[in-house]
Design a protein around this ligand. Sequence first.
Ligand code: HAX
Length: 426
Amino acid sequence: MASLKEKLASQIPALRQDVRGLVKEHGAKVISEVTVTQAFGGMRGVKSLICDTSLVEPEKGLIIRGIPIGELTDRMPEEIFYLLCTGELPYKATLEDLQKEFKDRSTVPAYVWDVLRAMPADAHPMVMLSTGIMAMEGESVFRKKYTEGIKREEYWEYILEDSLQLIAKLPALAAGVYRIRFNKGDLIPSDPSLDWAGDFAHMLGIPDPTGEFANLMRLYLTLHCDHEGGNVSAFTSHVVASALSDPYYAVSAGLNGLAGPLHGLANQECLKFVLALKDKYSGVPDDEALKKFTWDTLNSGQVIPGYGHAVLRVTDPRFTAFHAFGQRVCPDDEVFKIVARLFAVVPDILKEQGKAKDPYPNVDAGSGSLLYHFGMTEFPYYTVLFGISRVLGFCSQMIIERALAIPITRPKSVGTDWVKNFVAKK
Ligand code: HAX
């Protein structure tokens, strides 16, 4: 059975030929135009990036290599990484081989713990995760090989090696961030018999007599893996990697983008919103109270966290998957019930308000309530979970981009005066 590296090595020549052929034959064809609104509006909808790992369809949600995310909810994150990289789900033996590759590389260097323990007691867990990754930059095989001098065709091999190293260390690193930042006691050693997400759940140290918390981690780390190329974190990671900064730099940069409240931090904001409701009404409010609270939030100029999306125009299938998990595992949990009731009332309110193009819940609307149910109540940590998963996407995109020798990103910018003159001439 071919390893991930052997599989990629067998696919890459044809992929390169495909792309070279496309560019040679159709290089001058126009695939997108840019309006003034788009130039001033975060480039929404401008097709100017290539991403082969996944696609977000406004009416369908995330599709990974042709498979809707809703059909992948029983898969493990390791399988998803293989799928993102190769377009195929791994056979059992290939999966085991990949899991072994991760196990062999999973030890976090001791100096990382010194760095994390030296950080301010109130450092945000995302800062600690990002710093932990940056601290390991000296381990980069890509940087070492690049400095020694390698051919462009070989770049992807060392990007893959760095990616395997980094992904392998994430469970221990992120669990360590949790235990250090929230004073949970000693670090818990890895259990080599467990899968990537199961071992992560184990190292967090959250009591899990039913095994459902580990299942939630598997689901969580699968659902957040990738969201095509233009979202803030993937795009940032892509831009940094295009300068041939190694994966440690590029992944850390992507995570820094994920840490923003309009992106990955929204899951922390969502739970705050739900808990504020629970506090105010001492339990699950009725629909009238929920509507009032939602309107009051909107009228005070704030967004409803967990609702809306830059691309999606339907209920996010990742929200649906979390919702189904909650209904199965904790239907009577008060926090989960509030999330479920909000789902019933918020879309209509956002439609009535008429601003948000997408009035439906996104992935962040429900995940926090499930974590809270299992006793992970430290919501500043939630974006770290998102981040661990999203690294699978950053890395798979990077491996393919280096294999295709995608050059440094450098779009053209123009000034406001340039736009004024341009439209005046038209
Ligand atoms: N509540 C209130 N107003 C909202 C809204 C919401 N949930 N979503 C969008 N709007 C408003 C926007 O603020 C904007 O208002 P202005 O015209 O006054 O500026 C208007 O509706 C149009 O925005 P849009 O085009 O529909 O949305 P954008 O593409 O600009 O932004 C966001 C997409 C996700 C950032 C936005 O919907 C939002 O702020 N949602 C709440 C935060 C959130 O849940 N973020 C997580 C998104 C998922 C993700 O990426 N996770 O990482």
